[in-house]
Design a protein around this ligand. Structure first.
Ligand code: EPZ
Length: 443
């Protein structure tokens, strides 16, 4: 299949409803999940990895890319608007060749669709000495400022101007290494500055750097491209600038958030799921509370076997935190699980200021949840009732799908374009394990 065809080709689940209107997901709840699910490449590793390809004029090859995700398509359009040539293969292959950067301007029309586009700022500035990127703006879960990205680039000698909703960064004589301490942990700022520092003159040290698995994956790819980076996975990352980077071949790590989502799905429905092409090592902060709630785990030839058969779920407390703490991207899904636990559980959301928008929708399904500031108390109820609910953001959407899997009756989830941003073939993967779930077209 040619790249163009693949780029144009809607993901399988979208093909079925590519006519008009918005997509809906309809679920008849109550089915246990039994079967095997192949985990895709990590969206939150893939996006910075794609931006890293701007740092060299040679081709960078990837495998295990989640090519059908909407966010990947959006970032592909951003990189192509800058002059990169991108080809995609059917099995997660992708080649990005930014031989010539034709423009250093990342337009609002594209950036507003996917705020992680801000990750082109550091690479563009390092490669070209100038970059103009639309300010990404906020999203449903928070204001999502980029002050830490800009603070770091200024420390490396960039001149930063804000005008008409764009940030213009210039460093005509190139960036210089700097000691940078983040006042708070930021995944994106760590990624942007790590990429920018690879081509800076001298050494950059990032203190209070984020330690997420996706950052270590980005660092591993940059090292394969010739960068000199140490300290990945620790709070102090040191990058010694080099004159140029070169081609590399890199396999994207498995998506730990997709993995955790399916773990919670089977915890809710009961049954046994075999999760392939993934690992438990980077999900300890989820597996602990799931075991406390009554979920069992086994490993078999590199696969993760997750099962909950018989014992009722027991409520447990979680607090989201930067890695290795409980991932904020699994908070909504875990809350859905707590609605079905015996007893109560408390969720504290410490990363984003508005990440409880799934709460009113879950309450419409009969959940008993009380929110006080950044804390939510979830008291288990016997049953959720199917309802028409609306997705508001990527992880809230999947939390509503999980609720539908276990609710009595029929649940329809609207605005599931949010889901297509971060879950490859969700409906097909769940159907194959016995869920009564389908993607339909609004009348
Ligand atoms: C990344 O977002 C992920 N996105 C998010 O996943 C994830 O929730 C988040 O990290 C935290 O783990 C991608 O990797 C593409 P941050 P990012 O910078 O980098 C504040 C999903 O569902 N902050 O670590 O934007 C910020 O407002 C998405 O897949 C500043 O104040 O997150 C937030 O409160 C959602 N100034 C906190 O830091 C800044 O300059 C953490 O944000 C940057 C961030």
């Amino acid at each position: 299949m040619t790249t163009e065809a693949l780029k144009q080709q809607p993901a399988p689940q979208q093909a079925a409803a590519a006519k008009s209107g918005t997509d809906l997901i309809r679920i008849h709840g109550g089915k246990r999940l039994n079967g095997t699910i192949e985990i895709s490449g990590a969206k939150n590793a893939a996006l910075p990895l794609m931006c890293a390809a701007l740092l060299t004029d040679e081709a960078v090859r990837f495998t295990n890319m989640p090519n059908t995700l909407r966010d990947i398509r959006t970032l592909t359009a951003v990189l192509e608007s800058l002059g990169a040539i991108i080809t995609m293969g059917p099995d997660g292959e992708m080649v990005i060749h930014a031989q010539e950067i034709k423009s250093d301007h990342a337009d609002y029309e594209l950036v507003r669709q996917m705020r992680a586009s801000i990750l082109v700022l550091g690479p563009l500035l390092a490669r070209m000495g100038a970059a103009e990127v639309s300010l990404p703006g906020g999203c449903a879960i928070g204001t999502r400022p980029i002050d830490l990205h800009l603070m770091g680039l200024e420390a490396m000698g960039a001149k930063i101007e804000l005008h008409d909703g764009y940030v213009r960064a210039t460093a005509p004589d190139g960036l210089c290494g700097a000691e940078i301490t983040f006042p708070k942990v930021s995944v994106g700022a760590t990624e942007n500055l790590m990429m920018a520092a690879t081509l800076a003159k001298g050494t950059t040290v990032l203190h209070n750097a984020a330690m997420e698995r996706e950052i270590s994956d980005l660092g591993a790819c940059l090292i394969a491209m010739g960068a000199d980076i140490t300290g990945l996975g620790t709070p102090v990352i040191t990058i010694k600038g080099v004159p140029a980077l070169h081609s590399a071949l890199h396999k994207v790590i498995a998506d730990r958030i997709e993995t955790g989502t399916y773990m919670i799905a089977v915890a809710l429905t009961g049954g046994t799921l075999r999760l392939k092409n993934t690992q438990t090592e980077f999900l300890k902060a989820l597996i602990g509370p799931l075991k406390d709630a009554g979920v069992s785990f086994d490993e078999d030839g590199g696969d993760i076997i997750v099962h909950r058969n018989g014992k009722p779920l027991v409520g447990t407390d979680i607090m989201t935190a930067p890695y290795p703490g409980f991932p904020t991207d699994l908070q909504a899904q875990f809350m859905t699980m707590l609605t079905q636990c015996e007893g109560a559980g408390m969720i504290s959301e410490t990363i984003f200021e508005n990440r409880f928008m799934h709460v009113p929708e879950l309450c419409r399904m009969g959940a008993n949840i009380t929110v006080q500031g950044n804390a939510a108390i979830v008291r288990g109820v016997k049953k959720l009732k199917g309802a028409e609910v609306m997705a508001t953001d990527l992880r809230a959407s999947v939390a509503l799908v999980l609720a539908g899997l276990v609710a009595e009756g029929t649940t329809t989830v609207d605005r599931i374009y949010h889901l297509d941003r971060g879950y490859e073939n969700l409906v097909e993967k769940l159907q194959a394990c016995g869920a009564e779930i389908e993607r339909i077209r609004e009348k």
